[in-house]
Design a binder for this molecule. Structure first.
Ligand SMILES: Cc1cc2nc3c(=O)[nH]c(=O)nc-3n(C[C@H](O)[C@H](O)[C@H](O)COP(=O)(O)OP(=O)(O)OC[C@H]3O[C@@H](n4cnc5c(N)ncnc54)[C@H](O)[C@@H]3O)c2cc1C
Length: 407
């Protein structure tokens, strides 16, 4: 059907993948991409990593050049927010007043940063890292010797802290819970990263809750709940994201910690698909719904959504994976450790590389590989294949892990 109109809302990782998969699989209808940012879709991971060194050119961030969209006959509407969706009429209203009619829609609206709602939160010099504009603003205020307070010791906070320390800033991280990356790694990995940052002169304060920001026009200090103050020139807040579901929820589409989709990326309205950070989908691995914030999820779920549109139903059942770069450490994570009963460490955490395996009933749920890409790949395969594994074998460095994979 040459006139079929596929509209993608959101111009990020999932959107680009959807265009590619649709066209590679001979979709010959019209495609329109509506993105509220002023830029063609770009990669976000470097924004808290290499881009902040100042040595990565902005052009390198773009996922595809303009010619990709031209060759694939995509109408690209940038700097435009989709503001209202009418599923009955299949109308999408844009903030410039236009209304688009769609035959199928993909919601790829991503997520937005969770804001810290304390007094002084609007002072100048307080930054978040989600967009290229955010990263450029941080880059232009990173001066050697200036004092940076990072709020939150998750991936983003730790990555930004690492780059800043390498660039000669004085860095303090304030974390509300008792350890770093607590949501995703075991205490041994948290301790390893805490020690590594400490050796790089980054001060990490756990169990520390920010109560307000102090300053005239610009932030001058961060105050914590016991009244102690941390003087600063710059603050970067990394306390997580929330799925961007407003458009869907306002249209009456079921949302619960994300837009609810099935394993084929369909919302309850089959004319509306959704993929990426904005969704909450059924995980075969965990036997429940999950919301993931990763490049892998955006890419793989967008592929599923596109194939669903083309009538080739392929359930989304990929083992999740993620990475984080801090200093010379590459942390690669596969699977989800939730519900694990046993932690097995291969190697010695004080001396990277090392790998942590999370098991339940003799089955591998997740792997954290620190500078050990081979263990990551093998771990990912074992998780996907649900191969039973013995803890002693995983821990024994004399055993080649490849031998554990069923051939
Ligand atoms: C600093 C940073 C570092 C990261 N590091 C890693 C990493 O190391 N590894 C990893 O796997 N993942 C990482 N991630 C996460 C990864 O980038 C995201 O999971 C991925 O970008 C999600 O893709 P997406 O297409 O779902 O959403 P996004 O890339 O967020 O794109 C969504 C787009 O939709 C637009 N939009 C939203 N609502 C509307 C609307 N109503 N109308 C029009 N446009 C709209 C948004 O403005 C945005 O441009 C990182 C993210 C950040 C911010």
């Amino acid at each position: 059907m040459a006139t079929e109109h596929f509209v993608i809302v959101g111009g990020g990782q999932a959107a680009v993948q959807a265009i590619q998969t649709l066209r590679q699989n001979k979709f010959d209808g019209r495609i329109t991409l509506v993105g509220e940012e002023n830029y063609l879709p770009y990669q976000r991971p470097p924004l808290s990593k290499k881009y902040l060194t100042g040595n990565l050119e902005r052009d390198r961030l773009f996922l595809r050049p303009l010619t990709f969209y031209e060759k694939n006959c995509v109408s690209v509407e940038l700097g435009i927010r989709a503001k209202q969706l009418d599923p009955d009429l299949r109308h999408l209203t844009l903030d410039d007043g236009r209304t688009l009619h769609y035959d199928r829609m993909l919601l790829a609206t991503g997520s937005r940063v969770r804001r810290l709602g304390v007094p002084g939160a609007d002072l100048l010099g307080i930054h978040y890292v989600r967009t290229m504009v955010d990263a450029d603003a941080i880059l232009s205020s990173m001066e050697t010797g200036s004092r940076l307070v990072v709020v939150g010791a998750g991936y983003i906070g730790l990555e930004v802290a690492a780059i800043s320390a390498l660039r000669g800033l004085e860095v303090t991280i304030l974390e509300a819970v008792d350890r770093v990356m607590a949501r995703v790694v075991c205490p041994e990995v948290s301790q390893f990263y805490l020690d590594y940052h400490t050796r790089a002169n980054v001060e990490i304060r756990c169990n520390t809750v920010v109560s307000r920001f102090i300053g005239g026009e610009r932030v001058e200090a961060v105050e914590i709940s016991d009244g102690q103050r941390f003087p600063c020139d710059l603050v970067i807040v990394g306390i997580g994201v929330v799925p961007e579901v407003g458009l869907a929820a306002d249209a009456g589409i079921a949302c619960k910690n994300g837009i609810l989709v099935d394993e084929f990326a369909r919302t309850e309205d089959y004319k509306i698909l959704a993929a990426g950070d904005c969704t909450n989908h059924p995980s075969r691995l965990l036997g429940k719904h999950v919301r993931l914030e990763s490049v892998q999820n955006a890419i793989d779920q967008a592929k599923t959504a596109s194939m669903t549109h083309l009538g080739m139903l392929e359930p989304y059942a990929v083992t999740p994976w993620f990475w984080s770069d801090q200093y010379d450490l590459k942390l690669q994570i596969a699977g989800l450790s939730e519900g694990h009963e046993q932690v097995v460490i291969r190697g010695t955490p004080s001396k990277s590389p090392f790998t942590v395996f999370y098991l339940r009933s003799g089955q591998l749920l997740a792997v954290n590989a620190i500078n050990s890409p081979k263990d990551f790949l093998i771990g990912k395969k074992l998780i996907s294949a649900k191969t039973p594994v013995h803890a002693e074998l995983l821990a024994d460095e004399k055993i080649d892990l490849t031998s554990l994979i069923d051939n």
